[in-house]
Design a protein around this ligand. Structure first.
Ligand code: AR6
Length: 173
């Protein structure tokens, strides 16, 4: 199966695209978003600013995705997506998180990108319980692989405990 789960700093991966767990402004933040902007350099923020607002301050609604170059990153592109804030699970969170993964892969396909690395979207400040997020993420990626077997997907965790959670979800598919 062409999904691997690793522990790494996603900004070090030389893949076709790394995925950013951004917020709707796409103007940077903490966590993996902050790390990606620091590693890509200020041209990334400038490129994000040039993306059109779909409503005041919103360049990427929750569940959607947008693409930019990777600038100083080893990855060629950054695909920005916005995961849901966890509000107990009854506010459409699983569907929105699945949309993130699906929409990232739709953009990847449009741009001819095969090797894509995802962080644990929503599992940091957005508070999504990691085992639940891992199940949604890996099920959605697995389904997408069925229609696009050329993809090589990496789930890039930032700690060994998080890697274990995502590895368990992969094993349970
Ligand atoms: N490489 C890989 N994973 C990382 C890295 C890294 N360099 N740094 C952090 N993580 P979070 P969210 C992990 O909070 O929950 C931002 O401020 C981290 O340990 O980055 O989707 C945005 O602007 C965690 O497991 O994203 C939004 O406002 C995972 O990445 C908000 O945070 C996601 O944590 C999005 O929150």
């Amino acid at each position: 199966m062409l999904i691997s789960v690793i522990t790494a700093d996603i900004t070090t991966l030389a893949v076709d695209a790394i995925v950013n767990a951004a917020n709707e402004t796409l103007l940077g933040g903490g966590g993996v978003d902050g790390a990606i902007h620091r590693a890509a350099g200020p041209a990334l923020l400038a490129a994000c600013r040039r993306l059109p607002e779909v409503s005041p301050g919103v360049r990427c609604p929750t569940g959607e995705a947008r693409i930019t170059p990777g600038f100083a990153l080893p990855a060629a592109r950054v695909i920005h997506t916005v995961g849901p804030v966890w509000r107990g699970g009854g506010h459409g969170e699983p569907a929105l998180l699945g949309n993130c993964h699906r929409n990232v892969l739709l953009l990847a396909r449009e741009h001819g990108l095969r090797r894509i690395a995802f962080p644990a979207i929503s599992c940091g400040v957005y508070g999504y319980p990691a085992p639940l997020a891992a199940e949604v993420a890996l099920r959605t990626l697995h389904e997408s692989l069925a229609s696009d077997p050329a993809l090589e997907l990496t789930l890039c965790c930032y700690s060994e405990p998080m890697r274990a959670v995502f590895q368990d979800a992969l094993t349970s598919l």
